[in-house]
Design a protein around this ligand. Sequence first.
Ligand SMILES: [Zn+2]
Length: 174
Amino acid sequence: MATQEFVQANEIYAASFKKPQLVPKDLLIVSCMDPRIQPYEQLGFKIGSGGIVRNAGGSAHNALPSIIVSQQNFGVRNLAIFHHTDCGMTKFTTAGMREKVKEANRGREGVAELIDAIDFHCITDVEESVKSDVEFLAGHSLIAPGTNITGWVYDVETGKISKVADALTSSSSI
Ligand SMILES: [Zn+2]
């Protein structure tokens, strides 16, 4: 079972564990939960430095509560949104996903309303979805003034990243 695998792996890890220093970095990464994406390794982060929010697709919409926490509690002013090629979120639509969940829960009361309230933020074009997420954050009233937001595509074929969007929220007008 998958859980036994990670329990055993953790025993080996903990056996030679050295507690890392917490070195806050003014950067929050938003990335997909796809297991081919390993931001710490791919972006050279050391353990203890640099926050990462992961969800299906790397959606900035679904990461918003965590982004706000990072800004208000840790003063983060650099956000980097990563989506990636061959993402699973390009392979279905929110409407299709809702139908699937409804079908799987046929006869259960209240499920239709619950699922209709969820936007999965599916992706049609990876580059466009990154740009759209950066625009969403740049225009969001709860993102701190003076926040630098960059958008990136990670290529699962080459391991390379490329920047496709860049925005700076306006400084406070006062
Ligand atoms: Zn993905």
